[in-house]
Ligand binder design. Structure first.
Ligand code: ADP
Ligand code: MG
Length: 262
């Protein structure tokens, strides 16, 4: 599975001031990277560059030895708005995505695989025939994750996928994504954008904090496997609380510096 080499990239939208400034990162295959930062700092932009939906103004992003040019099947994307076609049932949405990736599968195989995927994200068979409008936000996001893991790209890009969900649904889906990632023999490389420090600490084994625009990396933190805490112990673990406070301090200090410079 490929890692991702982000080589000194900078980016501005056409005619606008710089959003990202000299971001240089090597991400190993199988890392779960949370990109953390204040709203507007450029997290989605960085994700869109990795997805190939925007082109770097300078620098390049290397995946599997090649500079990326546009979107690619090895990079799947999950957005906050679920990405399901509203005129198709949840089942048909998943079947369509699987068919594109695995054209050789028969109709029955596609349906069987879709039902398995629904189960793997905690949804029952009845969801197969429901339209997105009949599903809650959490259920729609489960379908989107079923598609992402069903297509099985080695690199998964997620942009605040749980931002619109209530706290309980959100924590269930965090645990689900973490579980799906952990149980894989060859883990996916995941880029997960969030502005929520707790979400990052619960999910990531690497946290990259972006500063204010034009943003660069202000903190690159690895969380060793033996330092990870479960949700139950999160607020009792002194080391994690220290990390949490440090991260919040970095972000606040950067915002204060930015305000002073303005
Ligand atoms: N399509 C666009 N055209 C021009 N500016 C944009 C566009 N998308 C985002 N921006 C600007 O780029 C900056 C970073 O945006 P974004 O990457 O969406 O931040 P984040 O995801 O961290 O909230 C913001 O100042 C935003 O207004
Ligand atoms: Mg964003």
């Amino acid at each position: 599975m490929p890692g991702v080499d982000i080589q000194n990239i900078s980016f501005s939208y056409d005619g606008c001031s710089r959003v990202l400034e000299k971001i240089d990162l090597h991400i190993d295959e199988g890392e779960f990277v949370c990109i953390l930062g204040q709203s507007g700092c450029g997290k989605s932009t960085l994700l869109r560059l990795i997805a190939g939906l925007e082109k770097c103004s300078s620098g390049q992003i290397i995946v599997d030895g090649k500079a990326i040019e546009g979107a690619g099947l090895e990079r799947g994307v999950v957005f906050q708005d679920y990405g399901l076609f509203p005129w198709m049932t949840a089942g048909a949405n998943i079947v369509l995505a699987l068919k594109k990736k695995f054209p050789a599968l028969s109709k029955t195989e596609l349906k069987d695989r879709t039902l398995e995927l629904l189960k793997s994200v905690g949804l029952d068979e009845s969801v197969y025939n429901k339209y997105p409008r009949e599903l809650s936000g959490g259920m729609k996001q489960r379908c989107a994750i079923a598609i992402a893991f069903g297509i099985d790209p080695p690199i998964l890009l997620m942009d605040e996928p749980f931002g619109a969900l209530d706290a309980v649904t959100r924590s269930m889906l965090q645990d689900m994504v973490s579980g799906l990632w952990r149980e894989q023999i060859q883990r996916k490389t995941i880029f997960f954008v969030t502005h929520d420090v707790d979400e990052a600490l619960l999910l990531a084994n690497r946290i990259i904090v972006l500063g204010q625009s034009p943003s660069s990396v202000i903190c690159d933190l690895r969380i060793p496997e033996d330092k990870r805490v479960s949700r139950d112990r999160y607020f009792e673990d002194a080391e994690v609380l220290k990390l949490r406070n440090d991260l919040i301090r970095y972000i606040h200090a950067d915002i204060r510096r930015h305000v002073k410079e303005m």
